[in-house]
Structures are given as structure tokens and as C-alpha cells.
Design a protein around this ligand. Structure first.
Ligand SMILES: [Zn+2]
Length: 122
């Protein structure tokens, strides 16, 4: 246990705070969307574009929320800080910068290479 210098309690507190912030942000954006719906289509394209942008933003936030929840589950199980793919300890500096990271840098880069290959094929 000595070599794991990750302060899980501190990270957990940070994740919980981030989760609340993200949930509040999603709620705020969703309220904006309901309001947007009342705008008549004649208002023109900028409104539609704004709406699309907000929807994309909400989707990003929801994805972020999932990542936060996944990281929180790992802190509960005591697996936090280990790569989900290869099981190696994730660099504590990386976790400090990105507490929701569940992959080590090497695995993340490999997965990104694979997914960018897939999206290029579409
Ligand atoms: Zn890994």
C-alpha cells in the first residue's frame, strides 16, 4: 500500500463536488432547452444552431457524469487508481489532473487510436 500515494478520500470529495456541479449544469442547460422550444421556427437558424449546441453540451455533461460515477464506484470498491484495461497503477499525477481517469495513459492512447480509426471509416 505504501507505493500508492493517491489520497482517495480527497479525490472522492473532489469527485462528489464535481458531480453536483455537473448535475446542476445539466439541469440549467435543460431548462434553457425547454425555453428554446417555445421559440417559433421562424426565428431562424441561429436559434436552431444554439439549440443543437446546447444538446451537444448536455450530452457531453452526461458523459462526464457517467465518468464521475464510474470513478466514484471504483473508490468504493478500493480499485481506484488502477487501469481498467491492464490493471497497472495509473500515474498519480495523471489522476490529480484528471480524477475521472480509469485508464492508464498508454491504454487510453491505444483506445483513442482504435476509436479514431473507427470514426474515420464511417
Ligand atoms: Zn492500462
Amino acid at each position: 500500500m505504501e507505493q500508492r500515494r493517491i489520497d482517495v478520500q480527497r479525490i472522492r470529495d473532489g469527485l462528489l463536488a464535481e458531480k453536483e456541479r455537473t448535475q446542476a449544469e445539466i439541469e440549467r442547460l435543460r431548462e434553457g432547452l425547454v425555453y428554446d422550444l417555445e421559440i417559433s421556427p421562424e426565428e431562424g437558424d441561429p436559434e436552431v444552431w444554439e439549440r443543437e449546441k446546447t444538446i451537444a453540451l448536455v450530452r457531453n455533461m452526461e458523459y462526464k457524469l457517467q465518468e464521475i460515477e464510474r470513478a466514484l464506484r471504483l473508490t468504493e470498491r478500493g480499485d481506484y487508481g488502477l487501469c481498467e484495461r491492464c490493471g497497472q497503477a495509473i500515474d498519480p499525477a495523471r489522476l490529480d489532473a484528471m480524477p475521472t481517469a480509469t485508464l492508464c495513459l498508454k491504454c487510453k492512447q491505444e483506445l483513442e487510436r482504435m476509436s479514431s480509426r473507427i470514426s474515420r471509416e464511417k
